[in-house]
Ligand binder design. Structure first.
Ligand code: GLN
Length: 221
């Protein structure tokens, strides 16, 4: 059995669980691979997982809870294990990144994804929006995905271009003239998105792709 965990310290974890469950129910391939999904709140649950989704929410709160409960070191070891798969969405992306461009002291990150991230990059006036994005350059035929951004971060800089591949950029630049990178992967086992694919109602294309390209490719033997 391949087990996908969803970190459930804080934030939008139930939505990820439901999306993965829907992928399992609607997809015969996954059924046969005996895929399952569970919420993760402690190291015993984490030890049962092959992959971990770190949800959106509030990265400062997530970081604080992980530190106070002594869970940080276990999370750190899990995500840095090259045979495990990690996907961070929004606050989850902030939490796995190596560098934050501001408010660095508020979040003790897992120092995994070799990028520099800017929190709340879209400013106050446009904190939330759903944009229809063409992801067909990395997800086959997916040219109209509703990507929801909520006080979203962006990747301002890729620190290790040899291992980090930019998957998607929004048009335009931020007010500092930086590109707006909102999806990237590192090697074949780490994925990060600024937006929330788990909030795309009844649309499991992004999760389906994550399971195929990251989870199953890393475990099918
Ligand atoms: N702004 C939040 C943070 O800094 C992230 C928002 C989200 O996950 N939707 O953690």
């Amino acid at each position: 059995t391949v087990v996908i965990g969803v970190l459930a310290l804080q934030g939008a974890f139930i939505e990820h669980v439901r999306h993965v469950e829907k992928c399992i129910v609607e997809n015969r391939d996954f059924y046969e691979k005996k895929l399952s999904v569970m919420t993760v709140k402690d190291k015993n649950q984490l030890a049962q997982c092959d992959a971990l989704i770190i949800p959106g929410g509030e990265s400062t709160a997530m970081s604080l809870i992980a530190e106070r409960t002594g869970f940080y070191d276990d999370l750190y070891a899990f995500v840095h294990n090259p045979s495990k798969v990690t996907w961070g969405t929004c606050a989850g992306m902030i939490y796995i990144s190596q560098q934050l461009s501001n408010e660095e002291k508020l979040v003790k990150t897992l120092n995994l994804l070799k990028v520099k991230v800017k929190r709340n990059a879209f400013g106050r006036q446009a904190q939330s929006s759903t944009r229809i994005c063409d992801f067909s350059n990395f997800i086959p035929h997916c040219n109209d995905f509703p990507a929801t951004f909520i006080r979203a971060p962006v990747i301002e800089e890729v620190l290790d271009p040899e291992h980090v591949q930019v998957l998607y950029k929004l048009d335009g630049k931020d007010n500092g003239g930086q590109e707006l990178i909102v999806a990237a992967k590192q090697k074949n086992n780490i994925l990060a998105t600024s937006f929330h694919p788990e909030l795309a109602e009844n649309d499991i294309r992004f999760h389906d792709w994550f399971i195929r390209e990251f989870v199953l490719k890393n475990y099918s033997k």
